[in-house]
Design a protein around this ligand. Structure first.
Ligand code: GLN
Ligand code: ZN
Length: 761
């Protein structure tokens, strides 16, 4: 019998019950018992849901109150020493590790592979000791067992765990494998003794480029673990295994899970190379996106596997944990029926997995309804005029290389812009947003509910914008922004105005801890029916003599933070978005906006997991940015903004964006991140953030002055802009005003110290 498995289910709950319970606990509105009660109820509901859907291999220990990597760090006894006394309970200590306390800084957080889920980075050192500090995986299994549901506990694999860890002392965490393995063995022994039949060990690191040390660690670790328990399924996902496939197939375990959505090419070599007795778990239902599976196509792959291996050695599963999907499509009452029929959220994906397993065993007719609906959706999407718009396709086909090039090189543009703007040296500006205070959020919500009319809402936003401009003028900022009060979110705001996008009511996905995001759905060809920001930028410019910078989100970031259609290459969807943004840029210029910032904070996170795929991605990503930016005259200055901390390995591509000015986050690293720009001899202008907006602390003028001096040691004065390191929307006005006044004073003081040559230029 082909079995139906799941690898993990969203924790947050269809109505974000977990988020609410965790945040209530943090606020002191509920005790630990109430939080655990909510968590238990969610786990019970999700286990039952999976079992009822026909999933025979149901995961446990996939749940977490914050993050499963953090949980593993605690289970393995690797709590950093500074948290020894933190928190009144084990629960509070765990939250302290994730969020910090007044005195103890939080552990680092970073993205889980190429997803938008963030994990807490294990902090190890060369002398690291591990110990089995709790039995959380066994507790979870027992909890399900008590409900009558047999589950398969999920563990983060030892090689992945160490590969994702960081050592403050510069040592290589992977070298700790021999110290860590006894803890896994002890845990596996306990699970086996308790009667746990099978374990899922997640090793997504198998989808990345592995070092020799990592490869050795794999072979070595699984020999040791198999001695304890052979009923292990190693789950690899997020990409093809490719050259790592032989290694994975050679692990002495019972099962290997493959992501056949992203790694379809792995199927044939895996079938050919699977040793006798190895079960293959086929990840055929996309766990990272919201499209309904083409079941007919997926079934053909299951049948190939069954023909080669026998049904008993084949399992059907989602490509990865469903953690990255919203919970249940049934709650999307606002989506039209047709679009809805094309989608599947986590709950629907369980049905798809079950239907595939059923059809593999008893024939397609046994799951006829699911297959018919899937076929109908596939046919409708292929032929739908909502998806395929001739005008968009024709325009895309007509794009030529010249459209993604400014007509003049930077040096000439620079001169034209300097002449036109007459800015002082070291000009000051901000990144775009200003405090989204309670009144702004309240007015937006009231407008959405229809309680505040369009005209009143517009008038309110104009007042906010006026106030923001007046404050910037008063502070003495050189290049102003309108403040982005009309925007809820930098992607949603644009998606809502573009054709080809849809929005869910409840399509929440965990981003980190209790934070969730609700990505838009790009279902069809993208077009801009009318200008999106021109009204606001033009209004703002009309209210000041100073230069007003227009503010747009770039095509790569819009793509990256959405659920993207799967029926054409991502690059093509990105080019369509780029054309829409291009039109906006050109319209802003026509409306008298002379500086336009196109934010691309997500450029780096789009990097593929495999290094050899980087350049192809960077090529189309930078081309899309340029396509959006290159429709303007020399005198129009294009800015971009990025806020992540690693530029070294993509600096050539950042330069290839050919933006006139880039603002970046560097204040937290004391300008060290500027190294990449100086070593590369970055040609254009740069605004390295001089204060960290992520903290409520208002830095003093001397501190910012010192950072400016540091930047001036490596950048030419005519290259340098002075700005904060990101948008200010999460801050309060008093701290923002204080910080910007000091920033402006620091810039003025630095100007006074510049050699005459520059001041006179
Ligand atoms: N312009 C945006 C803002 O200031 C940029 C946000 C970001 O970098 N994520 O809010
Ligand atoms: Zn930013």
């Amino acid at each position: 019998m082909v079995k139906a498995a799941n690898l993990g289910f969203p924790r947050v709950g269809a109505h974000r019950e977990l988020k609410k319970a965790v945040e209530a606990y943090w606020r002191g509105d509920g005790d630990a018992a109430a939080l655990q009660q909510t968590a238990r109820a969610l786990r019970a509901r999700h286990w039952r849901l999976q079992a009822d859907a026909g999933i025979t291999i149901v995961p446990s220990n996939d749940f977490s109150l914050y993050d499963h990597v953090l949980d593993a760090t605690v289970t393995f006894g690797a709590v950093p020493a500074r948290f020894a006394g933190a928190g009144a309970s084990a629960l509070d200590r765990k939250f302290a590790m994730a969020r910090g306390t007044g005195d103890v800084p939080a552990m680092e957080m970073t993205k889980w592979f190429d997803t938008n889920y963030h994990y807490i980075v294990p902090e190890l050192d060369a002398d690291q000791q591990f110990a089995l500090a709790d039995e959380a995986p066994l507790d979870a299994w027992r909890e399900a067992k008590a409900l009558g549901i047999e589950t398969r506990p999920v563990l983060v694999g030892p090689v992945t765990f160490l590969s994702l860890a960081k050592a403050k002392d510069g040592s290589a965490p992977i070298a700790l494998i021999d110290r860590l393995l006894p803890v896994y063995r002890a845990l596996l022994a306990k699970l086996a003794a308790a009667g746990v039949a099978a374990v899922q060990i997640d090793e997504p690191i198998l989808a990345t480029d592995l070092s020799a040390a990592q490869r050795d660690a794999f072979a070595h670790a699984y020999r040791a673990l198999a001695a304890e328990n052979r009923a292990i399924t190693v789950a690899a996902y997020f990409g093809a295994l490719g050259d790592n496939l032989p290694l994975a197939l050679g692990l002495p375990v019972q099962g290997l899970h493959l992501d056949l959505v992203r790694g379809a090419d792995d199927l044939e070599p895996a079938l050919a190379g699977a040793p006798d007795g190895l079960t293959l778990s086929l990840g055929l239902v996309e766990g990272r996106n919201i499209w309904r599976t083409d079941l007919t196509r997926a079934l053909a792959q299951v049948e190939r596997a069954v023909a080669r291996l026998d049904a008993d050695r084949v399992v059907v599963a989602p490509s990865c944990s469903l953690l990255h999907c919203p919970v249940d499509l049934a709650h999307e009452t606002d989506l039209d029926a047709e679009l809805k029929s094309w989608l599947a959220f986590a709950t629907q994906k369980l049905d798809e997995v079950a239907a595939l397993a059923q059809a593999a065993g008893q024939g397609r007719a046994a799951a006829a309804a699911a297959f018919d609906a899937s076929d109908a959706a596939a046919a409708a999407r292929t032929g739908s005029p909502r998806v395929h718009r001739d005008a968009v396709q024709a325009r895309l086909a007509a794009v030529d290389a010249g459209m993604s090039r400014r007509s003049t090189p930077f040096a000439a543009r620079r001169k034209a812009q300097a002449q036109a703007f007459e800015l002082p040296p070291l000009p000051t500006t901000t990144i775009g947003s200003f405090p989204q205070t309670a009144d702004v959020r309240k007015a937006r919500a009231a407008h959405r509910r229809g309680e505040l009319g369009d005209a009143e809402y517009q008038a309110f936003l104009e007042r906010k914008t006026d106030d923001c401009i007046r404050r910037q003028e008063d502070i003495g900022i050189d290049v102003l922004v309108h403040g982005e009060f009309e925007r809820n979110d930098m992607v949603e705001y644009f998606g809502e105005q573009l054709d080809g996008f849809a929005f869910t009511r409840n399509g929440w996905v965990q981003s980190y801890g209790s934070r969730c995001v609700k990505p838009p759905v790009i279902f069809g060809d993208v077009a801009r029916p009318q200008p999106m920001t021109v009204r606001w930028s033009a209004y703002a410019q009309s209210r000041t003599e100073k230069l007003m910078k227009g503010m747009l989100t770039g095509p790569v970031t819009i793509l990256q933070w959405s659920f993207v259609r799967d029926d054409q290459p991502r690059a093509d969807t990105c080019r369509q978005i780029a054309l829409a943004i291009r039109d906006e840029v050109v319209d802003l210029e026509a409306a008298g906006i002379r500086l336009i910032q196109i934010d691309e904070p997500a450029l780096r996170e789009g990097l593929p997991l495999r290094h050899r795929a980087w350049q192809a991605y960077l090529d189309w990503a930078t081309e899309c940015f340029r396509l959006s930016a290159s429709g303007v005259r020399d005198e129009t200055q294009i800015h971009t903004h990025m806020c992540y901390s690693e530029f070294n390995d993509i600096i050539a591509s950042i330069a290839a964006l050919d933006a006139d000015v880039i603002s970046i986050e560097t204040s937290r690293s004391d300008m060290e991140l500027l190294d990449a720009f100086t070593r590369f001899n970055y040609p254009a202008e740069i605004g390295p953030g001089v204060y960290d907006i992520h903290s409520p602390r208002v830095p003093d003028q001397a501190e910012m002055g010192a950072l400016i001096d540091k930047a001036l040691q490596v950048l030419k004065p005519e290259q340098l802009w002075i700005n904060p390191d990101c948008g200010l929307k999460t801050r309060d006005w008093p701290e923002v005003e204080a910080a910007l006044r000091r920033m402006t004073a620091a810039a003025q003081e630095a100007r006074a110290r510049l050699p005459q040559r520059v001041a006179a230029e």
